[in-house]
Design a protein around this ligand. Structure first.
Ligand SMILES: *[C@@H]1O[C@H](CO)[C@@H](O)[C@H](O)[C@H]1NC(C)=O
Ligand SMILES: *[C@@H]1O[C@H](CO)[C@@H](O)[C@H](O)[C@H]1NC(C)=O
Ligand SMILES: *[C@@H]1O[C@H](CO)[C@@H](O)[C@H](O)[C@H]1NC(C)=O
Length: 405
């Protein structure tokens, strides 16, 4: 079960990297390790060109990472001088904030929210191209990549939430996709963020990962072992040589189809636009840390949501004062926190059975604070790039936000 599930994560990278190779682009287009703030950033490539205002912002985490954000303060029609409700949008693993903006403006979530009167903030996790900066460490140093999603919970999310709060004086709505739901749920269960949060929308939620399914189980069984020995404490750059070689080797396994990109990654997406997928391939995937990938694999393997496992009781004792890593108990999420959860029937990463486990852990949530949407035809990427997402998902998100007072 564990390795089977982990395969999806590896497959995700494998499929994207291989496809980028096959089509002759990608491997040279992206240099990780920006030291200076980006000059040509997400605002100029993906927002301003559509006639929206957009501001590039850098936010520092307590452990020294410099995170890039975009703020879209108003819609195309203007009107930003009136007080607007902030919404913070957080992407998933191996992509960055640009994935939200790949569809045309009428179809993508940030610009729809801006046009509906929200003050929109897009976060970019540490390690992604515009957030690959630190006050003292360089990306070529192992210490730069010494973190897992625990640090996203402890440092990244608080940094961006605090910043939005300091600028707007208002609690923010949150939208997370994939890993952006896991880190949010873990945060809320620890009582973090909730004092600066109005409500949360979780698209393709992942918390429990024991049921992920994919065609590539066999290949991945080996991958789990190799991944740590190959990359150690380092950058996991899907476009770099070591990872690409590794992935190419995996693609040689019988039955592994590296060309049917998004299907093997994320399930059978019903509703993607071919031009959008092309844009996606030009811009993603992004780096993360190997430690983060290993932590995700542990989440898959152990079927519980726990902190990073250092691999033996002594090391865990040293870090946590306990032989086993402490769990994130989702039952501790405040029962009156307004939540909107949307999940798809075709999602290979956020499997329906795992979402049911998540919903079970929320069974004591106040009934009127929990909205659940199930979309039979949707897979993982439909939630960010589907051409029907506006009608099916985003309109519900807007109306959910408008109902919170
Ligand atoms: C697909 O994306 C292209 C480029 O953004 C756009 O012109 C086209 O209208 C989109 N098609 C659909 C069906 O939304
Ligand atoms: C990574 O961080 C831990 C503390 O969380 C520390 O014990 C370890 O030495 C660090 N390793 C590197 C390579 O920086
Ligand atoms: C999680 O918390 C709930 C209530 O606070 C408790 O009943 C349950 O035993 C906890 N679960 C674990 C695995 O510790």
């Amino acid at each position: 079960m564990a390795l089977q599930a982990f395969s999806v994560l590896v497959t995700m990278i494998m499929a994207i990297a291989h496809r980028a190779y096959g089509s002759g682009r990608g491997s040279t287009g992206l240099v990780s390790g920006f030291i200076d703030p980006p000059i040509v950033g997400i605002c100029s490539t993906s927002v301003i060109i559509h006639g929206y205002k957009c501001q590039e912002i850098d936010v520092k985490t307590q452990d020294g990472f410099i995170l890039n954000m975009q703020r879209i303060p108003e819609g195309r029609a203007g009107g930003g001088d009136t007080k607007r409700q902030p919404v913070l949008i957080q992407h998933g693993v191996l992509v960055d904030g640009m994935t939200w903006l790949l569809n045309p403006p009428e179809q993508n979530l940030p610009l729809i929210l801006a046009d509906k009167g929200f003050d929109v903030w897009i976060a970019n996790a540490r390690g992604t191209r515009y957030s690959c900066r630190h006050t003292s460490l360089q990306p070529y140093e192992p210490g730069f990549w010494n973190w897992s999603w625990d640090e996203l919970v402890v440092f990244d999310l608080p940094a961006v939430f605090d910043y939005v709060y300091s600028q707007t004086g208002q609690k923010a709505h949150y939208v997370g996709h994939s890993l952006g739901t896991l880190t949010a749920l873990a945060s809320f269960s620890e009582g973090l963020l909730v004092d600066k949060l109005k409500s949360a929308v979780l698209l393709s939620p992942i918390a429990y990962l024991g049921h992920m399914n994919s065609a590539l189980d066999v290949a991945a069984a080996k991958a789990f072992v190799e991944i740590t020995t190959l990359f150690g404490m380092a950058e996991f750059n899907p476009k770099g040589e070591p990872v690409a070689n590794f992935l190419r080797a995996l693609c040689g396994y019988p039955g592994v189809d590296c060309y049917d990109l998004l299907t093997s990654i994320s399930g059978k997406n019903c509703c993607l636009n071919a031009s959008t997928v092309d844009l996606f391939l030009k811009n993603e995937p992004q780096s993360t840390s190997t430690k983060n990938m290993v932590h995700l694999a542990q989440t898959v393997r152990d079927g519980v949501l726990a902190k990073y496992n250092y691999g033996n009781p002594d090391f865990n004792m040293m870090h946590y004062g306990e032989a086993k890593p402490p769990i994130y108990n989702l039952s501790n999420i405040p029962h009156d926190l307004p939540l909107f959860i949307s999940y798809g029937g075709q999602d290979a990463l956020s499997d329906v059975r795992d979402v049911e486990l998540l919903l079970d852990s929320l069974k004591f949530h106040d009934v009127d604070k929990l909205t659940i949407q199930y979309i039979k035809d949707y897979a993982h990427a439909d939630f960010i790039m589907g051409v029907t997402a506006k009608d099916i998902v985003y309109n519900q998100v807007v109306s959910f936000f408008n109902h919170q007072h």
